[in-house]
Design a protein around this ligand. Structure first.
Ligand code: AMP
Ligand code: GLY
Length: 435
């Protein structure tokens, strides 16, 4: 089968690498892709917003499955357009992508189907929102309803911060995405992510992960798209994962069916876990990045068979098998990220570092001259180590240290939470880095 993958991040490089190992694959195309993806797929200069262009390409190249990586084309209806033309597509319809595209949609669904989540109210009127905050007190969480590039969530510690966030979002700081807000209870506990493959009817549990959103060691500095991740998340043991499936994922699939927009694709549940159990913080309707990189490193089963079963409503009887080892990824990004950073810095040759147990996944890189790469995006690439436990993440750091990129940086403490848990000192931060 020929496959077209849409996207250009580390997530898509990891997917492309895993798909390229499938015995059912004939040719793999990726649009727009990056320099790393070009080693396992043929790049195509397609714009995912140009649905007709993507359909034309899929017909010409006899594509049997389109795999959509990022959320924006899904929210924009690419999967609907392809399916309307009879082209099998992995990823939800625009209607089902509201689970990520509208926080209010998801919160209302949780309320209607008794899915555990933070207590909340939605508002379009700033005064009503402020009166609510006055009544409930701080800390409190203010969220823009729509997609806001990860910046639409404000955890307000003071009344002033809460009021400023309300004015900011409803005042247009995020455009249409901030036409309404969700104000919700501040949850405490341990965060973890859970991934389930869905085919509209059924869900197949995949695996768990934890990421590191802050830019600097010790979970300090600004929020980023993710500076590292590992899988599995120790807090999501078998019993807790079964609860997530029963209390969160399965009722969500039922709700989506009832609403007439069955969900197919991958559900990425951001969870807060406390003594009562798991609560849903948010849904994403695609694989996480960098989380997808560690999932693909651990997946033993044929990913193409699984993605295809999800797209074709045929998950019944499918199984996902995993390597027991922990996979851990360290993201290297341009110095300055997530703020302003220098573009077009050079990265020396990476090929010699890569093997089957340690992959370097690129995000937004382009090849300039032979062997030298130009990172176009913020986070650029992530070595991964398939070591048995994150305490041996030194393998990933040994790889990082061999990467010749003076313009790049990374965190040195990826995996600290799992490492501390293994040492029985949960929630304490390591005093020294891990390298
Ligand atoms: P979101 O974009 O909804 O994932 O939110 C971004 C981050 O904000 C989450 O990963 C959490 O760390 C934090 N967050 C969001 N909602 C809450 C909440 N109700 N309580 C505590 N932290 C939250
Ligand atoms: N790493 C978080 C995300 O992909 O949304």
């Amino acid at each position: 089968m020929n496959v077209l993958l849409i996207g250009s991040g580390g997530r898509e490089h990891a997917l492309a690498w895993a798909i390229s190992r499938s015995p059912d694959l004939s040719r793999l195309y990726c649009a727009p892709g990056n320099a790393g993806i070009a080693t396992v797929a043929t790049l195509a200069a397609l714009n995912p917003d140009d649905h007709d262009g993507v359909i034309r390409f899929a017909r010409e190249r006899q594509i049997g499955l389109v795999v959509v990586g990022p959320e924006a084309p899904l929210v924009g209806g690419l999967a609907d357009a392809l399916r309307a033309e009879g082209i099998a597509t992995f990823g939800p319809s625009a209607a089902a992508a509201q689970l990520e595209g509208s926080k209010r949609f998801t919160k209302d669904l949780c309320r209607d189907y008794s899915i555990p989540t933070a207590a909340y109210e939605s508002f379009t009127d700033p005064n009503a929102a402020k009166a609510f905050v006055e009544k409930t007190g701080v800390p409190i969480v203010i969220k823009a309803d729509g997609l806001a590039a990860g910046k639409g969530v404000i955890i307000a510690e003071t009344m002033d911060d809460a009021n400023a966030a309300i004015d900011d979002i409803l005042g247009g700081a995020f455009g249409e995405a901030g036409a309404s807000i969700v104000v919700e209870q501040f949850l405490t506990g341990e965060e973890a992510s859970f991934f389930a493959l869905c085919d509209g009817e059924r869900a197949l549990a995949l695996a768990s992960a934890q990421d590191h959103k802050r830019a600097f060691d010790g979970d300090t500095g600004p929020n980023t798209g993710g500076m590292g991740a590992y899988s599995p998340a120790p807090i999501l043991d078998d019993a807790m994962s079964a609860r997530v499936m029963r209390e969160i994922i399965e009722p969500t699939l039922k709700a989506m069916r009832d609403k007439g927009c069955p969900f197919s694709g991958v559900l990425f549940a951001g969870l807060m876990i406390d003594a009562e159990g798991p609560k849903l913080i948010e849904y994403n309707v695609r694989f996480g990045d960098p989380e997808c990189q560690v999932l693909m490193m651990r997946l033993k089963s044929d990913v193409l068979a699984l993605l295809r079963a999800s797209a074709e409503g045929a998950l019944a009887g499918q199984k996902a098998e995993w390597h027991d080892q922990t996979a851990l990824t360290v993201v290297m990004a341009s110095r300055g990220y997530p703020g302003a950073y220098e573009k077009n810095t050079e990265i020396g040759s990476l090929a010699a570092i890569d093997d089957d147990d340690l992959k370097i996944f690129h995000a937004g890189t382009a090849e300039r001259t032979a062997g030298w790469l130009r990172p176009a995006g913020g986070s650029s690439m992530s070595p991964r180590s398939a070591d048995r436990s994150p305490k041996r993440s030194s393998r990933a750091y040994a790889a990082v240290d061999r990467i010749d990129w003076p313009g790049g940086f990374c965190r040195r403490d990826i995996g600290w939470r799992a490492i501390e848990r293994a040492r029985g000192m949960q929630n304490e931060r390591p005093r020294i880095g891990l390298a």
